[in-house]
Design a binder for this molecule. Structure first.
Ligand code: FES
Length: 217
C-alpha cells in the first residue's frame, strides 16, 4: 500500500497492476482506498481474487495463477513482480511465475512470519535444540510449556492465551510482553524500540525461549 501511495502521490511514470488475493471479500483491506486511487490514476489497476467466495459472489475467484496473470498482463516475463503475503501463497505464486518464464531477478518477495528453522540464524545458542521445552511462568497467572523452536506467541496460542498481534514478524510492537526473568533468542532484525529494550520488553512473535522464563503478559 505504501508503495502504491508513493507512486500515485508522486505521479511517477509506472504502471502498477495489483492482484490482491483474499480468502473472503470481507477480508480485503483498503478496499475503498484502492478503488479511489484506481479511479483517479489511470496507471493503477486493482484486481481482487477470492479463494473462498461466498455463495453468489460474481467477482474473480480461485488463486493467483499463471493463467490469471496472463489474462491481466501482456509480456509477463518482462514485468517486475512484488509478492507479499503468507508463505504458502508466496510459494504458490513463485511457482506460477516460474511457469511463465519470469526471471528470478524480476521477483521480490516479502514473507511475514517466523523463519523455517530458527536455529540456523546467527546468534542462536548452540547448546539449545529447537525441540527443547521450557516452562514459561506468567506473572499472576499460570505456567505454560514452550518449545524453543517456536515463537512464544505460538506457545501462548496453543495454551489458549490470546495475545494481540498484527505483523507476526517483530515489527509492529503489538505483541510485546515484559520479560521478567530468563533468556530469549530474538532473531537479528527484530525492531525493538530503544525504551522496550531498556525496560525488558520483547515481541513474543519474534522471541524464542532458550531457558525457563517469567513473563508479564
Ligand atoms: S505482532 Fe507485530 S511485533 Fe509481534
Amino acid at each position: 500500500m505504501s508503495m502504491i501511495r508513493e507512486f500515485t502521490d508522486r505521479a511517477m511514470a509506472r504502471r502498477i497492476c495489483l492482484v490482491y488475493g483474499s480468502d473472503d471479500p470481507e477480508d480485503i483491506l483498503f478496499k475503498r482506498d484502492l478503488a479511489d486511487l484506481a479511479e483517479r490514476h489511470g496507471n493503477l489497476s486493482v484486481h481482487h481474487v477470492i479463494s473462498s467466495p461466498p455463495e453468489g459472489y460474481d467477482g474473480r475467484s480461485g488463486f493467483i495463477t499463471a493463467e490469471l496473470m496472463g489474462e491481466l498482463l501482456d509480456d509477463v516475463p518482462a514485468k517486475t513482480f512484488y509478492l507479499c503475503g503468507p508463505r504458502a501463497m508466496v510459494r504458490f505464486c513463485l511457482g506460477e511465475l516460474e511457469k511463465m518464464g519470469v526471471p528470478k531477478k524480476r521477483i521480490q518477495a516479502e514473507v511475514p512470519g517466523p523463519p523455517r528453522d530458527v536455529a540456523l540464524l546467527p546468534g542462536w545458542p548452540g547448546d539449545v535444540k529447537t525441540h527443547d521445552r521450557f516452562t514459561v511462568r506468567l506473572k499472576g497467572d499460570k505456567s505454560i510449556e514452550a518449545k524453543a523452536g517456536e515463537p512464544l506467541i505460538v506457545s501462548f496460542e496453543r495454551a489458549g492465551i490470546a495475545v494481540a498481534s498484527s505483523c507476526r514478524s517483530g515489527e509492529c510492537s503489538l505483541c510485546r510482553v515484559k520479560l521478567v526473568s530468563g533468556r530469549v533468542f530474538q532473531p537479528p532484525g527484530v525492531c525493538l524500540r530503544k525504551s522496550d529494550r531498556r525496560f525488558g520488553y520483547i515481541h513474543c512473535c519474534a522471541a524464542y525461549p532458550v531457558s525457563d522464563l517469567e513473563l508479564m503478559v
